[in-house]
Write a protein that binds this ligand. Structure first.
Ligand code: NDP
Ligand code: BG6
Length: 512
């Protein structure tokens, strides 16, 4: 297979890296400290520490790694340990788990301090130096994870650079979205961060890029002639990329209301999926080759038109509160909690094919009470004649829950008569690869950052072009050019606004 080899657990120590291009691809194997800023917060507790634990347990973290939490909240060691391990999935039949958690705790220390004074960062640095005093070689690696709200990104980036930057050593930052609110603010944020951190030191997370079935797209597309040969406007009628969450903003309304579903999910997670689905084959699997192709295809997408947009907001139903019932949401807000937008790609491969991006909160998802996301490629009608009303093929890739690839196809009904029926060629991962451990997105991405692999992180120019596509529609929704549009109401738990089916059919989608 030509796909890059999978990572192996670390065993040894590393060498000193001096030149910046070496540093870009340098793998942090030993002498490494991971500092988690905002360690008292939601993301750190639910995603960052559990991902670090899983990597630690499987032997993928650098040898003798130390993890330092930093935030303003005062906590003693026991409280920090308890928070950092509270979201580790525990099961009775997991032999050795308790012992692994204890070992993980031995790597964890906590420093409290503010985000805006240099003196607080000097205290943090003194703590890191104390850890590093035990190193037997000169190299030092520091990976700084920003589990922080964006209003403190730049201050923290500056203070780390001025007070906590290891020199000599390899330093990297991992930054979480949101990266701005529109094109101008994103450019401002990027250039402020760039004063202190180079592109090669910066890892911008879009955690969808760490999901197994998003990482799978390149292999599915380019390692299968059967798919590669029909991946264009001559064969594909429309593509839908969908995200549904069966819960509302619940307490996160303050953050959500100033962003809305388009900035929260479409402009980043779903657009990333779209770019990998539609890019040309990269020259290699290197980060720059992949991201060059993504940027090229994104540049062919014009800004989204108002008429290609459907907005919704959930209202209370069946005892569940509506968006406006959330105390953290401003009264009368017209912030969309659901959006469907159709994008067009003006290049020879995709001209005329609608790409429908849909995302919503407060949308029930069959029997699952968890987010569901998938992408579906619907092929064109088969030539009629011997068949009438025969269903279209549709290739569906379910990102979550229960990763799967299935092809809706026609087959002869078994038996003596010749009738066609719709059936599925089904590759459901937990059945086919029952023993495989599918990593969580954050696990895969933190490992990539330690290994100096930028392929699954967002490059500055990707971000710029993504904002160009979405900024006009966002300004319209924000009411920057007049009265903001009023989203259609949909009851909590339904599929979205009533007009959704009409909207999708407008672009040629047929239910199969
Ligand atoms: P939190 O609101 O929990 O903030 C993290 C920590 O930052 C808090 O514990 C607090 O620590 C500090 N903090 C909070 N508000 C402020 C403020 N106004 N000024 C200074 N410090 C503050 O955020 P999350 O953990 O939910 O998210 C962190 C980042 O990750 C954000 O950029 C978010 O958009 C992103 N993200 C979050 C996801 C999630 O599931 N939660 C998913 C994807 C991205 P203290 O007061 O102790 O310093
Ligand atoms: C985050 C959004 O980026 O992604 C959240 O801010 C959303 O609103 C989350 O819930 C969904 O992630 P996942 O991995 O559960 O699909």
């Amino acid at each position: 297979p030509t796909a890059p080899a999978g990572p192996t657990p670390h065993m040894g120590s590393s060498a000193v890296v001096s030149s910046s291009s070496d540093a870009a691809h340098y793998e942090m194997k030993g002498n490494t400290i991971i500092v988690v800023f905002g360690a008292s917060g939601d993301l750190a507790k639910k995603k960052t520490f559990p991902a670090l634990f899983r990597l630690f347990r499987q032997g993928f973290l650098p040898n003798d790694v130390k993890i330092v939490g930093y935030a303003r909240t005062k906590m003693d060691k026991a409280e920090f340990h308890s928070r950092a391990t509270s979201y580790i999935k525990k099961s009775d039949d997991d032999a050795g788990l308790a012992e692994s958690i204890d070992k993980f705790k031995d790597t964890l220390t906590y420093v409290d301090g503010d985000y805006d004074t240099g003196a607080a960062f000097d205290v943090l640095n003194a703590h890191l130096l104390e850890i590093e005093a035990h190193y037997t070689s000169e190299d030092k690696n520091r990976l700084f994870y920003f589990a922080l709200p964006p209003n403190v990104f730049v201050t923290v980036a500056k203070n780390i650079k001025e007070h906590v930057y290891a020199s000599p050593g390899v330093n990297r930052i991992i930054v979480e979205k949101p990266f701005g609110k529109d094109l101008d603010s994103a450019r401002e944020l990027l250039s402020s961060l760039k004063q202190y951190w180079s592109e090669e030191e910066t890892y911008r997370i879009d955690h969808y890029l760490g999901k197994e079935m998003v990482k799978n797209i390149l292999v599915l597309r380019f390692a299968n002639v059967a798919f590669a040969s029909c991946w264009d406007k001559s064969h594909i009628s429309n593509v839908q990329i969908t995200f549904k969450e069966p819960f509302g903003t619940e307490g996160r309304g303050g953050y959500f209301d100033s962003f809305g579903i388009i900035r929260d999910v479409l402009q980043n997670h779903l657009l990333q999926v779209l770019s990998i689905l539609t890019m040309e084959r990269p020259v290699s699997f290197s980060a720059e080759d992949i991201r060059d192709e993504k940027v090229k295809v994104l540049r062919c997408i014009p800004p989204i038109a108002q008429e290609d947009t459907l907005l919704g907001q959930y209202v209370g139903a069946d005892g569940k509160p509506g968006y406006l019932d959330d105390d953290t949401v401003p009264r009368g807000s017209v912030c969309p909690t659901f959006a469907a937008t159709t994008l067009w790609i003006n290049n020879p491969r995709w001209e005329g094919v609608p790409f429908i991006l849909k995302a919503g909160k407060g949308i029930m998802n069959g029997r699952y009470f968890c987010p569901k996301s998938k992408y579906g490629i619907q092929f064109k009608d088969v030539t009629q004649g011997i068949f009438q009303d025969i269903a279209r093929n549709e290739l569906v890739i379910r990102i979550q829950p229960s990763e799967a690839v299935y092809l809706k196809m026609n087959a002869k009904t078994p038996g003596l008569q010749t009738h066609a029926m719709v059936t599925e060629m089904d590759l459901t991962y937990n059945r086919r690869f029952a023993e495989a451990k599918i990593p969580e997105a954050y696990e895969a991405l933190i490992l990539d950052a330690l290994q100096g692999d930028h392929s699954n992180f967002v490059r500055h120019d990707e971000l710029d072009v993504a904002w160009k596509i979405f900024t006009p529609i966002l300004h319209w929704i924000d009411g920057k050019n007049g009265t903001p549009p009023h989203p259609s109401s949909y009851p909590y738990g339904l599929r979205g606004p009533q007009d959704l089916d009409k909207f999708i059919q407008k672009y040629g989608y047929h239910r199969t």
